[in-house]
Design a binder for this molecule. Structure first.
Ligand code: GLP
Length: 256
């Protein structure tokens, strides 16, 4: 894992945006895995500002609530079109977001996995992290080998996301999420976390044991993970000084 601690969320986001911009320049037909939530909002704004060419890019979103109409303002489909896709030259058929209204959800999930495979796999997966360590909507105790499937949200996640819905009772109980096994197959993972409420989840994920109780900790087994943090989300890391030194002293050939 490469831990990049920047002075602000904006600075950490611009490191992440540069990594994605370079990928799209090197591989215009890259396959991106995308995340929702408040964390990647700055990233999407920055990518829009960079005026990259998205015409050949394919995207797969991590997750979606079950039962919300695609037009519901809190559906992740609405989120993605509102905050990224409508501002860039992406081709609609290249966008993939789990269908939370699919009649046969297991069949839909198997097809989603198959569609990812058919593109040659995800080049770079953007991740946020839940306060309980979830990635996508893989809640604690999710199988570390899981594939795209239905999951039940924890009370904590529903409370965390209540701010978007005007009350936790309106937050759906179920979702479709890429599995942890699916995420682990991305060629590169880029995890962003900002704010003190993420500090514990980040410390456990980066420096704790690998455990399904903090699903993000499995990323320790992935060969190419960058974790972009602000000082608050990094505040419980024991080796923060080391990570800062490593990043500040990267040889030119190792920069990104
Ligand atoms: C959400 C999403 C995750 C996201 C996480 C953190 O519920 N399903 O993909 O990373 O929880 O959200 P936020 O960035 O709003 O803190």
């Amino acid at each position: 894992m490469e831990i990049v601690i920047q002075p602000t969320a904006k600075a950490a986001t611009s490191v992440a945006a540069r990594i994605i911009a370079r990928l799209l320049q090197e591989k215009p037909s890259a396959v991106l895995g995308l995340a929702t939530g408040s964390t990647p909002l700055l990233l999407y704004r920055e990518l829009i500002r960079m005026k990259l060419d998205w015409s050949k890019v394919k995207t797969f979103n991590l997750d979606e609530y079950i039962g919300l109409a695609p037009t519901h303002p809190q559906s992740y489909r609405s989120f993605m079109w509102e905050n990224l896709f409508r501002h860039v030259n992406i081709t609609k058929k290249n966008v993939h977001i789990p269908d939370g209204q699919a009649k046969d959800i297991p069949k839909f999930c198997a097809k989603y996995e198959q569609q990812i495979r058919a593109t040659g796999g995800i080049d770079l997966q953007v991740l946020g992290i839940g306060t309980d360590g979830h990635i996508g909507f893989n809640e604690p105790t999710s199988s570390l080998a899981s594939r795209t499937r239905i999951k039940t949200l924890t009370m904590q996640t529903r409370e965390d996301n209540a701010r978007f819905f005007g009350g936790k009772d309106q937050v759906p109980h179920h979702c479709i999420t890429m599995g942890i096994g699916t995420i682990m197959e991305a060629r590169q993972n880029l995890l962003l976390a900002f704010g003190a409420n993420k500090a514990r989840a980040i410390a456990e994920a980066v420096e704790g044991p690998i455990t399904a109780f903090n699903p993000a900790s499995v990323l320790q087994l992935h060969p190419t993970v960058k974790v972009c943090l602000d000082p608050s989300s990094a505040s419980l890391l024991k080796r923060a000084d080391y990570y800062r030194w490593v990043y500040a002293n990267k040889p030119a050939w190792q920069q990104f």
